[in-house]
Design a protein around this ligand. Sequence first.
Ligand code: BTN
Length: 247
Amino acid sequence: MIHYDVRRFTSVPSTMDICRQLAEQGAPEGVVVVADAQTAGRGRAGRAWYSPPGQAIYLSLLLRPSLTARRLSWLTMIGALAVLDVLDALGVPSSRAGLKWANDVLLDGKKVAGILVEAALTADRLDYAVLGIGFNVNTDFGDAPEAVRAQATSVRQAMARTMDLSNALDLLLAALAERYAQLPASPLPAYVARLETLGRPVRLRVGDEEVVGVAERVEEDGTLVVNTPFGLRHVAFGDLLDRCVHS
Ligand code: BTN
């Protein structure tokens, strides 16, 4: 099992940067950077991550797995599954919680957590990866930008009760350790089992392009295969926009 070394901070620009600095200095796997607040929390595709103080979990975990670059998305899957494990443990009915490709955890169809993996590679091997998780446990989105408020939720908002943040953090770290210990077994079957995206019409932004079709399957490397009017498209990295009806 992974051995954790948890470093707590009151406020940081982003836990990702602190964890990466520690990784570059040779810190071992298991270092966890946790902050009460972030002033420049980030998500995928350069988006900001809403990070008000004392309401949510903002963490970055340093990992040094023996994986090829093609398996990097497995860490995203492990992070997302661990959040679902916590939701289960907090008593959220599993029918209300699921995953949206590639890195979103949904509660009642809204985003309750996001996963961000940043990695350093040598040739095809991972030197290290930083697994970042933003988990809206008690977040109140009253002061959040409208775009965030429309798409995000928190456990507190959905369940109408405040959760103990440090208990949620302990549960999350335990779930991560357990999921990570299952490597080199693939997390893909467990991930796909909770993925709400498959079989549905999707609209994805891929670079400057928009890909519209039906989400068919996820490949072992995390690629989403979309059935479009022009044939199958393999989307390695894209942003899933709203689900849309495809005619
Ligand atoms: C996403 O959904 O796009 C990923 C969001 C990841 C947010 C977390 S919060 C802790 C860590 N620090 C960051 O700056 N980002 C990640």
